[in-house]
Ligand binder design. Structure first.
Ligand SMILES: Nc1ncnc2c1ncn2[C@@H]1O[C@H](COP(=O)(O)OP(=O)(O)OP(=O)(O)O)[C@@H](O)[C@H]1O
Length: 256
């Protein structure tokens, strides 16, 4: 019998006006799995990721994260939609790293990292500081705790953003093209931090154009097109020997 997935996405649909961004997407992610989502611009990758932590509410379908039906709570045998506040609380189990780093400009790297644990989770400041220092060391920025975002490179800011997400002790990490806003020479350092995280056993869903990263780290690669999953398999299968013509066309376009 296979294990219960940490994330279960069942027939999720989402439209923006007449545009069908997701046309019935189903996907399971096991605990500890690293899933990379690839696909052309507009294929629905970001929308799917945002549905997982409810920054976007699906029109139909269901998403479970660690046993919780996201956006709902069970009471007296019925499902009740959660309020925005309750959704925010549910979202705390899921860390997200965006294209843009969105650090608080008036706070140092360390203060950015402890903000969530102290203010939102009510953890003791001393404990949060100790953990933040360990996280900064983990992403290679032990010497930058007093730096403000304006004095950090894009790659360093993104690594602080990863540390900040991890400080909330998430069960799941979502990455939305975390290196696409970076200068090329800064991409490697962020991917290195993500690789270390992947190897530590974190469950990760990564929307990425970095096929080398996917090849090296992904347990599974999913190719999306037109709001649907076209192909799913190991990196070797999907990137090395794709079955579907649409996957081949996409790979030919990005690799040429
Ligand atoms: N909030 C929104 N309002 C209206 N349309 C939206 C919204 N979000 C997404 N869309 C539409 O849905 C389409 C799919 O978007 P999505 O960002 O999920 O694709 P993507 O595969 O992640 O592309 P990209 O790589 O460009 O981010 C977009 O092209 C856009 O037209």
């Amino acid at each position: 019998m296979s294990a219960v997935p940490l994330v279960s996405i069942v027939d999720v649909r989402k439209s923006f006006g007449d545009f069908h961004a997701l046309r019935g997407v189903s996907l399971d992610v096991q605990a500890g799995e690293v899933l990379c989502i690839i696909g052309a611009s507009g294929s629905g990758k970001t929308t799917l990721l945002r549905c997982v932590n409810q920054l976007v509410r699906p029109d139909a379908g269901a998403i479970w994260v660690d046993g919780d039906l996201t956006g709902y709570r069970l009471g007296e045998g019925r499902l009740y939609p959660l309020s925005e506040r309750e959704i925010a609380r549910q979202r705390l189990h899921t860390g997200m790293v965006f294209q843009r780093f969105n650090l608080f400009a008036h706070m140092t790297a360390l203060e950015n990292i402890i903000e969530g644990p102290v203010r939102v989770q009510g953890r003791r400041r001393a404990e949060a500081v100790e953990e933040a220092r360990a996280l900064l060391a983990r992403v290679g920025l032990a010497d930058k705790e007093r730096s403000f975002p304006a004095n950090l490179s894009g790659g360093q800011q993104q690594r602080v953003a990863i540390a900040r997400a991890l400080a909330m002790r998430p069960k799941l990490m979502l990455f939305d093209e975390p290196t696409s806003a970076l200068d090329p020479e800064l991409v490697g350092e962020v991917l290195a931090a993500m690789k270390e995280l992947a190897r530590s056993g974190m469950t990760m869903i990564v929307v990425t154009h970095e096929l080398g990263f996917a090849r090296e780290v992904a347990d599974r690669v999913v190719f999306m097109d037109g709001g649907a999953i076209v192909e799913s398999g190991t990196a070797e299968e999907v990137l090395g020997n794709p079955r579907e013509a649409r996957t081949r066309a996409f790979l030919n376009a990005v690799l040429s």
